[in-house]
Design a protein around this ligand. Sequence first.
Ligand SMILES: [Zn+2]
Ligand SMILES: [Zn+2]
Ligand SMILES: [Zn+2]
Length: 249
Amino acid sequence: MKLKFLGTGAAEGIPNFGCTCVRCQLARKEKGPNSRRRASLLVEAADQRLLLDVPPEISQQLNHAEVYDLTAILLSHEHHDHIGGLIEFEFWQQVLPVFAGYDVLTKLLLTPRFKKRALLSGFQAQTRLHFGDLTVMPFKVIHHVSCYGFVIESDGARLVHFTDSDFKLSNLHRSLIRDADVVIFHTPTYEEHRHHLSVENVIALAKDWSLKQTVITHINHHNLSHEELEEKLAPEGIIVAYDGLVLEI
Ligand SMILES: [Zn+2]
Ligand SMILES: [Zn+2]
Ligand SMILES: [Zn+2]
């Protein structure tokens, strides 16, 4: 299974337009790993290609990554940074299957042209979806709106993608990540955050549960720089994602 991080920024992306903080000014000047488009992940296995979430700049992300076909889109929740690019697919060249929780489907703003292009399907937590040899099991994460993470398995490899999750994790979450080859967490800030795991939370989790491979993404302009994050997380064996990172499981 191949994971391509198309975007790794949190809700505002970095630079956040209109913001003149040090982090945003640096991102404008230097680009590189400190410049982060909003979070989106492409998962490829055999001839299947799934896109997890569609931020507002998704067309730029897919053009940049030279992606011209998708098996399906999977949506985690209704927040703008995760679904804001959906109607961009009005202009997609093929019919496009789109999956979201039944309670998320009702929140999507759709246009007539998009509806002609998309095949919309609802899912429930803990129900498996099959795409060739690749299986996806959505599960609920704790967030301030209904939100789903995904367990994705192919050829014996298991990815657990937590999307925007509170730091409170359930026993179900524990059992899902125990045998995962890679676990991805969304960590906007380094220190405590109201609705999300922080980088500090993830360092503790990875240690307490002896996670095999942990990756952080969905990073905002109040967080440390990419280099500072790498310096703190490399000794813990945690990968700091950046736009364009590719990982093989
Ligand atoms: Zn988000
Ligand atoms: Zn800023
Ligand atoms: Zn969110």
